[in-house]
Design a protein around this ligand. Sequence first.
Ligand code: PGA
Length: 256
Amino acid sequence: MTRMRRNRLIAGNWKMHGLRSDLVEIETVARALGDRREHLAAAGVEAALCVPFTLIAAAAETARGTPLAVGGQDCHHERAGAHTGDVSAEMVADAGARFVILGHSERRRDHRETNLDVRAKLAAARRAGLTAIVCVGETEAERDAGAALAVVSRQLRESLDDRVDAANTVIAYEPVWAIGTGRTPDVEQIAEMHGGLRAVLRDLCEEGEQVRILYGGSMKPGNAGAILSVGDVDGGLIGGASLQADSFLSIVEAAL
Ligand code: PGA
């Protein structure tokens, strides 16, 4: 089997931030990436911003014709129906998104999402032609108990199905204790977790070697280069540092 190089993906997660007045950040990112189009393509680096539902259409319009892709942050598993307040994968795609984040730890915490919920949403995202970014990650207590790899491996096994491939699914390893805290695992710990997740992916799906594994949790311009140089780290899922165009663009540059 020939081992193809995996394209890197730098994905921003705006969480519950962003009004129409913040589209100027997206415009700045889109324009800068447009200027770097050939360089990005040659280096195999992709970029996306995952915004609140209310901004997807406007963000997609702003980014149209540039290398910047737009994503959502959740979807319902059904196509349509009596689910007040929910948004289907088809709606997310119809608004112009190419990606959707699924199973972020904040959704697991705030909405009690389980691995089985994530699995159903993953099938929905695929049905709608979206690339899902499936998040897994251990809590600090789980890490302290020496269970980090076992926890994320189980999350992965229960969240994925056998139709996962490198085009429809991306994994994000996000230690819960590193999200929004300014703390990150050291590079050895990241390497160990990504290596462990790679082994699970190989076991679970035919294209396990090609499915990308992003790191997420307090990734910033200052640490992005070191984290992205770890083997099996195929990009980043960036929260706080994706809200400003300049810091997001610095992280994209670090991936080049
Ligand atoms: P952070 O968030 O970069 O602000 O830590 C990452 C995430 O939750 O996706």
